[in-house]
Design a binder for this molecule. Sequence first.
Ligand SMILES: [Fe+2]
Ligand SMILES: [Fe+2]
Length: 200
Amino acid sequence: MALMDVLLDEMRDLYSAENQLVKALPKLARGANDPSLKSGIKNHLEETKNQVQRLREAFGHLGKKPTGQHCNGMEGLIEEGQDALEKDEEGANKDLCIVGASARVEHYEIAGYTVAIALAKGLGLKEVASLLNENLQEEVAAAKTLFANAKPLLKQAASEDDAHENEEESKPKSAKEKKSEKESEQDEKEASAEVKKRGR
Ligand SMILES: [Fe+2]
Ligand SMILES: [Fe+2]
């Protein structure tokens, strides 16, 4: 596999990821209660549409088509975002679940662009690297904004927790939550022999 093909794979993965986000971000924005979080996500949705255009431009430089690869990683992260929306949480706690899911999305994108930029530079593709870098800078800024949004939410969540201190915590689990719980136990089981070797 030529280095150019590795770059194209990475860029197609990002292209699919950004297109999936154009569909998913409005749902996250709708689910957010906090006005700053909501407007931050909406803002990043507009940036994301631009990022799709920039990627198309970058593919144009290479004379290649942008489609060809579905990003499974982003599909999984968006599913986790959906789980955050469906959680039986309210107020600041729900917003913090949305921040958690969104931060994972941004850092996944940051990893993807960082690798793709290094590959483009390695191939001497300055224009492509520069377009990818514009997207990367927006992802970095979006991740920072999310953490800035989280700060007041953490304070708010702590006081909401105090107010609900005496409430019962035993809500019945959904089928999806039960399946997730089983799978996490299986993960632990499969890793346990290797983890034990660390001797802690
Ligand atoms: Fe993006
Ligand atoms: Fe992003």
